[in-house]
Design a protein around this ligand. Sequence first.
Ligand code: UP6
Length: 287
Amino acid sequence: MHPLTIYLFHLIHSKKSNLCVSADITTVPSMLSLADACGPHMVVFKTHADILSGWDPTPVTGTGAKLAALARKHRFLIFEDRKFADIGSTAQLQYEGGDYRILEWAHIVNAHVISGPDMIRGLKEMGQGWVKKHDDLKGMNARGEGKVGEPPEERGLLLLSQMSSAGNLLDEAYTKKTVSIARTHRDFVMGFIALEPMNSEPEDDFVVMTPGCSLPPDQSLDDSEFVPGAEDPLGQQYVTPRDLILRGCDVIIVGRGICNSKISGAKAEQYKKVAWEAYEERLRQEK
Ligand code: UP6
C-alpha cells in the first residue's frame, strides 16, 4: 500500500473522520482560516491554488509553508486539486515550478490520464526526487520514520476515473483504462477521484475520494448546501455523505457545503459525524 494511504487510514481511524474539506474560496487569508477552523474535523484539505488571490511564493514563510504548518498542527494531508492533463514534461514544470511550487507543500495531487500514462511517470519522477532531496537534507530516512505521527515525505497521485459533473465524458471504458494504468504505477498512484470504489483485483488497495457531496436539507445547520439528488446551476451533482460512504467511498469531498457557511468549523464537524456513523455501519456490515 502507498505510504500516504497507510497514513491516511491511520488519520481516518484516529480522528474518526472521512472528511476532505475543499477550499473553493478565493483569497489566501480565507483559505488559511478555513484550514484552521476545519482542521480538527478533516483528514484531507483540498486546495485550488490557482483560484486564490494573494498567494505568497516566498520559500519557508510563504503561503505553502503556512498551510503546511496548519497541516502539522491539526494532522491533515494537503491535496492540491490541480487536475494535471498535459504532456509529461509540461506537467513536471507545473508540479514543481511557478509561484505555487505545488510539489513542496502538497502531499497529494491529481491528474486526468487523457494525455497517456507517461504523464504519470513524469509526475512520479518529481515526487520521488522530492523524497530523495528531503532524505539528503535531513540526513535520515524521512519515509514514515521521522517524528512519530508525522506524514511520510512521499508524494501521491489520484487519477480522475469518474467525475461528478453532468454529461462528463469519462465513460465506463475510460474508467476501466484509468484503473489499469493506475495498476502499473502503484508506487505513486494512491487511488482515484471517483463516485464508487474501483478495487476489483485481489492486489488492489486504491483509495477513493468522492466530490459532489451534500447533506439533505433537513440535516443541514444552515442553507449553504445544494440539495442531494439535484444539480447546482452548472451541472454539479450531489449525493449524501451517508450514501457515498455506504457504497464504499473512503473519503467524501465537501466544498461549498462547508466553505460557503459562516459556521464552517461546525459544518465540518457535522459532515464528519454523519460520514463516520455511515463508515462504522459499513464496517459492521463487512464483518
Ligand atoms: N471536483 C468535483 N467533481 C469532480 C472532480 N473534482 O466537484 O469530478 C472538485 C471541484 C470542487 C469540489 O473542483 O473543488 O470538488 C466540489 O465542490 P462542491 O462541494 O462545492 O460542489
